[in-house]
Ligand binder design. Structure first.
Ligand code: ZN
Length: 292
């Protein structure tokens, strides 16, 4: 393996789980990330402003941010209305979430997993008509804070359903940082995603990524500075930090296209934007080369 594709999720997943910040700050963060060499950025989500006030200005953010032609930008949507907004805004890559845990899906989306799968089946033709692709992110794939263990067969059945319905890509989300290398091996031995989204809530983020790399996965989400907390554990860390992932991969001789110094600058900006210290080890200590 010589290249790993990172999707930077700080502007969406990160900021959505922080206190609301001004539009200009969101644009500045997207622009800083667009200069790092990262090839993919999850930029915004088109959700109802009452449900998620952090993303109320998604249209304005996207209209103002730099669209680097070397970067693939994506948007997350919760439903058909969100899909229409993402399509109108010109996104070519759209993501939708369904939870493997029925309880988590009901708390998050106010409907059963089955109902969400039916909704997604209806969304796919709408997205495809616009020329965009739809990625289905299966949340709580490695465990659920309400239901505990999730049977890999259940995740596999969801994947089979959405692939049959025409989903273009599948991601597995470790929504509350319950994955461990053992769980990664167990799930990936029954079903493969295109991309993995790990949280580092309990310190296993990089170990999980290494395990998945060994199993042949080459696409990962990560968030500059580890921006974005854990929605069910106030104060806990959430997304795996992009600079930690990149620092490790580059030392293994695996390219990401990312300039680590520029990425650290973007993570420093993320820290300023949210006004609190982020916990990323590489952000705190700097890369090895800065220690001389
Ligand atoms: Zn996340």
């Amino acid at each position: 393996m010589t290249f790993v594709s990172i999707r930077e999720v700080a502007p969406r997943d990160g900021l959505q789980n922080e206190d609301p910040v001004p539009t200009e700050a969101k644009v500045a963060l997207i622009d800083a990330l667009s200069r790092t060499g990262v090839r993919r950025i999850e930029a915004v989500s088109f959700v109802h402003p009452k449900a998620i006030p952090q993303m109320a200005d998604a249209d304005e953010v996207w209209a103002t941010a730099w669209h680097n032609p070397g970067v693939r930008y994506s948007a997350l949507i919760p439903n058909g209305r969100g899909a229409q907004r993402a399509i109108a805004a010109g996104f070519a890559e759209i993501e939708v979430v369904v939870s493997a845990s029925d309880t988590h899906n009901r708390r998050n989306l106010n409907r059963s997993t089955e109902e969400s799968l039916d909704d997604i089946a209806g969304l796919i033709p709408l997205v495809h008509e616009s020329g965009a692709t739809l990625e289905v992110i299966v949340a709580t794939s490695f465990g659920c804070p309400f239901e505990g263990d999730i049977d890999p067969d259940r995740v596999a059945a969801i994947v089979a359903r959405v692939r049959a319905d025409g989903a273009d890509r599948i991601a597995f989300g470790d929504t509350t940082g319950m994955a461990t290398p053992r769980r990664v091996r167990d799930l990936l031995s029954s079903v493969r995603p295109d991309l993995l989204h790990f949280h580092d809530t309990r310190g296993t983020g990089l170990a999980n990524i290494l395990t998945a790399l060994d199993l042949g996965v080459t696409e990962f989400d990560a968030s500059a500075g580890g921006l974005g907390g854990c929605p069910y554990a106030p104060g806990a860390s959430g997304n795996v930090a992009t600079e930690e992932v990149v620092h490790m991969l580059h030392d293994m001789g695996i390219d990401t296209g990312i300039d680590l110094d520029r990425l650290i600058e973007a993570a420093e900006l993320a820290e300023k934007v949210v006004g609190r210290r982020l916990t990323s080890g590489v952000l705190r200590a700097g890369p090895r080369t800065r220690l001389v």
